[in-house]
Design a binder for this molecule. Sequence first.
Ligand code: CUK
Length: 631
Amino acid sequence: LGLDNNANNSNDVKLEDESRRKFFGKSAIIGAGVVAAPMTAAMFASSAKAKAKEAANSITVHPGELDEYYGFWSGGHSGEVRIMGLPSMRELMRIPVFNIDAATGWGLTDESKRIKGDSAHLLAGDSHHPHMSMTDGRYNGKYVFINDKANSRVARIRCDIMKCDKMITVPNVQAVHGLRVQKAPYTKYVVCNGEFEIPMKNDGKDGMRDVSTYRSLYNVINAETMEMAFQVMVDGNLDNTDADFDGKYFASTCYNSEMGMNLGDMISSERDHVVIFSLAACEAALKAGKFKTYNGNDVPVLDGRKGSALTRYIPVPKSPHGLNTSPDGKYFVANGKLSPTVSIIAIDKLDDVFSDKIKPRDAIVAEPELGLGPLHTAFDNRGNAYTTLFLDSQIAKWNVQDAIDAHNGKKVNYLRQKLDVHYQPGHNHTSQGETRDTDGKWLIALCKFSKDRFLPTGPLKPENDQLIDISGDEMKLVHDGPAFAEPHDCIIVHRSKLKPFKVWPRDDLFFAETHAQAKKDGVDVYTQNKVIRDGKKVRVYMTSVAPTYGMSEFTVKLGDEVTVIVTNLDMVEDVTHGFCMTNHGVQMEVAPQATASITFTANKPGVQWYYCNWFCHALHMEMRGRMFVEA
Ligand code: CUK
């Protein structure tokens, strides 16, 4: 079944144990003052053996076979999103989003610059949370949304073309962090958190050192138009978020209710909180015109601070991090980070919290202790939860109902198993685990450090994305996956949910504006090769069919602004062409039936060769032409 090759020989185990010990010397300092976990991995290792149902998924995907799942991985501060195949853990594609990308020309082409809009000049990004649009709590295969913490942006990826098609910069906030979608009845809204507190009027004039003017905002974006719907002002800051399965509530963790401006102050109080947002109350306030605008933009900002009808604040142990909704729709789970616990919030009690029938804390139905540094929780379809323990470098598997029963005084051990992972896991995610279709087959642990798990690559090491088989009673680690910085988060989507195009439709909106320009120029991009001069601007339209461009030479003047528009007439799947102008930093991808364009200044006189840089044909080397630049 391909599982055996995972088994450690005794040497490996020894090596691992030694390095773990050294490592924890340091972790212990970070974790000083935190209560020790009640159970150790060793205590679980022996118990579960006898009656256990063996984990028996196959990770082997033979040559020529296809994976069962698509994984969408954040690329962290690489700024991209990656498509993985699971269970093989093969990286299938990269989708550049907040970064620039030499191969595809993302950030260089006119089409991508239009999509990036007001942030097209930014070359960096920090993508964290990829989440797919849903209908009735199930992935619908339409879009994947992703945040850019570094530049406060949110982008959308169209899953039919697997390219980013929309991007906005969220106003009035800094560092958009946690992001999720409305799960039901459908993804009308994308929601995300403004993490860093800033003055509401952030014009640098007066008061920017007066922390009492600082706010964080909850951001609600229309998923279809990708425009701001509204924002909600809160007390404290915001970290991670998730939505319920009823279309009524969103929840966000806050780790800095103190509004501290340094580490010591941020962790000074014993409790922070989870903010619950009532969507109906927010929409009613919006309709009633109960909002203000700030900083010269027209985005409505609602007041959701303590005492408002829009929100409730549920106190939880200090500095919570991840926020995860159980796929049965019953609970929000807030992960403790500095507390060894997670707080389980019963969603069916929230109506009573909002009508003040019960106190906010009364919505918490259990606070199980799991281990050191709980960051994120994932779920299977059998009532179990899987929580990453950052400081312990483990995944804690626990049963949600048992945790609630134990909280109510029943003598039951809610912990099922603790599995060592390598090392320091942040997010984890189960196959389809944030949807009603959670299937309990696979778990991914996205480990921040890999240390000794791979051949050394110098001081900078890869992360380690570990695949865990959770189909049995015991979690089984089956694959170590090195990854470049830095998969924060991922989702795992069954392949049946996605139907990407094989070649581009000719009328695709992605390059509609380029086609409109061609029309204005009187050029049919499918049949004509033509140079249009428009003052100092020159537009060069050419077709491509392997192994030639429709135009083997064109002439411009030194200093002209040149736009090259290539339309790929090849119909055959996977015959992608490129266009590269040597010595100009100009290159892009043109997939079958697509039109792509790129603009540059002809600032070098003489003969300048252009060539196809996506290998397309046996005569690919010959696929080139000359730009004559007259001085
Ligand atoms: S955060 Cu990175 S480990 Cu940005 Cu989702 Cu928790």
